[in-house]
Design a binder for this molecule. Sequence first.
Ligand code: HEM
Length: 402
Amino acid sequence: MESPLSHPAMVALSLLLLVALYLARRAVLGKKRRYPPVAGTMFHQLLNFGRLLEYHTELSRKYRTFRMLTPTCNYVYTVEPANVEHILKTNFANYGKGPMTHDVLEDLLGDGIFNVDGGMWRQQRKVASLEFSTRVLRDYSSAVFRDTAAELAGILERGPAAKGRERVDMQDLLMRATLDSFFRVGFGVNLGVLSGSSKEGLVFARAFDDASEQVLFRFFDLLWKVKRFLNISSEATMKQSIRTINDFVYSIIDRKIEQMSREQHEFAKKEDILSRFLLEREKDPGCFDNKYIRDIILNFVIAGRDTTAGTLSWFLYAVCKNQRVQDKIAREVRDATTGDRDVGVQDFSSFLTEDAINKMQYLHAALTETLRLYPGVPLVSTVVGLFFFRIRGQEDCYCCWS
Ligand code: HEM
């Protein structure tokens, strides 16, 4: 049977109805809607680029909800709890990443969870909640984090800082440690960035950091697509970084596939996320291609790496400023693990069992307080109108809390 919509009159009628609905909505909302005040433009954001979060916080204190104008779309920022609840909870289905954000982030994030909406997002949420919460992965990631923590403690113990002679950049060490950890959980490969033992790993890490930073500049660079097309300036560097990242990641995926075909039995025991995906694909060929696996796992690394390193850096900063809290944490950790015995750094990590960690309630509270004071992700962005009309001047919504 012929579809009713193939009839030209039906198409014209549907279009007419849509236009009428749009005009009616504009007539009603246009009168009633009160737009949040304009607090600045893209130009002001560029002027404050080095202190963007502080700048937004100042504006949030003044206005609570405000607009920032840019040539492409207007951004609405809000710290109002009712708005945040509306956007992230009650009306969640009407918000998402949207095509502009997808375009900007695609080279790095691809179709990973941070860059997709709808079916793809739901599929990855399902995979994440099923796969990431399995005992196998939890035990494996705990072991990986324990190993890296012991390695980090060893570096500090042997280094000049232990003798009080030199300062150490803890944030840099933590960024290296979390990149090693999340990469190993994700791809089953030790990057060796913390120890500096692998040149290939260091090249990847540099490209990964450069691309993560560069991709943010695109939000403020109206010409980024032209630059990418001409392969000049920042986009030429970006292209090189993305190539380095992709070559490295795809070579790991290829090696794993080879290993899987060689050691069928042994491979089934592998615990990293890449191996789990490859085993899943064997059962259901075609469920994920290599590009989708690359996107999913790289998004996982990005999700965990900076947030964890940033939060731990702030935690150390806060604890250094508060001797009483530091002492209480040290006491609690000793009580839950070795007591007053001195076992050395390497042996100490074996005392960090799940049971012992569950006893560290004061430490947990101190970490939670760190997140409250220094939120690891202070700003979440989302686009309004995935399923309804886009309203000019209200196109993009940023919720921030800090
Ligand atoms: C201090 C540490 C962390 C903080 C503060 C944090 C915060 C957040 C926030 C605010 C979001 C929502 C982002 C948005 O909607 O745009 C998010 C999403 C996400 N986080 Fe984390 N996160 C942390 C650690 C981690 C770790 C360790 C992992 C992985 C092991 C992870 C995996 C994810 C994933 C997969 C999402 C996307 C969820 C979705 O889109 O449905 N996060 N995180």
